[in-house]
Design a protein around this ligand. Structure first.
Ligand code: TXA
Ligand code: MG
Length: 326
């Protein structure tokens, strides 16, 4: 992992404090940060991202001790999950404190909170706290509906000069967004599968969280189409993928492939990425791989359907949304 000089953290904290936007690395994906106590800065962040108002954004905290400033009620389940997984890739949706800005919560009575583990994110949050602000509102650092950014170059490709500073922390460790659990009722609900597996949540909660249905609170990552390349993308079963290329060295259309178990056929000259076999490594590389395939400007992207099984729930969720046709 890259390290960032303390002067760079200082500059980033000063910029945030002055209302500017700063992109920063987290262990999941890069975030596009604004001071969560500054409504104008948060509005600017929505504008730059192209995100419709009314979509709530996660507030990142330096430490779990800050929770009572943001949540008016911290249930025993929330305490237990925070204790087990923070700092780390888990977002808790809790009843909001009255002081939380409406632009942050999308006007809902709840707020999403996360204590990131990445040392650069942590140092930035600690320094901003010294300056008097106790949270960074940050969605993933990509334009609305597009592929999340897992390195500083991806962020620059998305936003160019529209943001004041990008802190470069190298490639994200998990490569896939945080797991989101809604704890605003007695019955925990999984809003987004992510870097923390459901099985790990079950061990702490005593039972697995219920899976969100369409009526669960608004979350843009729960829209059918999201994390999407510009090129039309589709999932294709391993057998079908083998069959499609068995007779032709090159299919009629220009296809860019994200394979996993299927080997590149001899004579295939298009783009063929062989993704890692294990779900954690697959997730880590996923968005960079999708960006590489998208940049090819092929007619279609074909993605080998990943295996079934609990390890693959978060990856399958992202691939389903990346391949959903509008
Ligand atoms: O790993 C992550 O969570 C990354 C890093 C930067 O922390 N952030 C991220 O943010 O993925 P974003 O905005 O791209 O996705 C967060 C999701 C959105 O779908 C948002 O609607 C949902 O969390 N969310 C935030 N606050 C919420 C709330 N109060 N109720 C329901 N959903 C909420
Ligand atoms: Mg996002």
């Amino acid at each position: 992992m890259n390290t960032v000089a303390s002067e760079e953290i200082e500059r980033a904290a000063q910029l945030l404090h002055a209302g500017a936007l700063v992109a920063f690395p987290t262990e999941t994906v890069y975030g596009l940060g604004a001071d969560a106590r500054n409504a104008d800065a948060v509005r600017r962040m929505f504008a730059v991202k192209g995100r419709p108002a009314g979509h709530p954004v996660i507030v990142h905290l330096a430490d779990a001790d800050l929770l009572p400033r943001w949540a008016r009620e911290v249930s025993a389940s929330a305490e237990a999950l925070a204790q087990a997984f923070w700092p780390g890739p888990l977002t808790l949706i809790l009843p909001r404190a009255s002081t939380v800005l409406d632009v942050v919560t999308g006007g809902q009575d709840s707020v999403g909170l996360r204590v990131p583990a990445h040392p650069i994110a942590h140092a930035l949050l600690v320094r901003l706290l010294d300056l008097g602000s106790d949270g960074i509102a940050a969605p993933s650092a990509n334009r609305f509906g597009r592929i999340s950014a897992t390195n500083a170059r991806h962020v620059a490709d998305e936003f160019g000069d529209a943001i004041a500073l990008i802190l470069d922390g190298g490639s994200s460790r998990h490569g896939i967004e945080s797991t989101i659990v809604d704890l605003t009722t007695d019955d925990p609900v999984l809003l987004r599968p992510g870097a923390i597996a459901v099985e790990a949540l079950r061990r702490v909660l005593g039972s697995a969280p219920r899976v969100a249905n369409a009526r669960s609170p608004r979350a843009s990552g729960t829209l059918a189409s999201h994390y999407a390349p510009r090129t039309a993308a589709r999932l294709i079963a391993p057998d079908e993928l083998i069959h499609a290329f068995s007779t032709l060295t090159q299919p009629v259309a220009d296809i860019a492939v994200l394979a996993r178990s299927v080997a590149k056929p001899a004579g295939f000259t298009g783009t063929w990425i062989e993704a890692p076999e294990k779900s954690t490594a697959y997730a880590r590389d996923l968005y960079a791989n999708l960006r590489t395939l998208d940049a090819r400007g092929a007619d279609e992207i074909w993605i080998e359907t990943p295996p079934e099984g609990s390890d693959w729930v978060a990856v399958s969720d992202r691939l389903r949304k990346a391949t959903h046709r509008q």
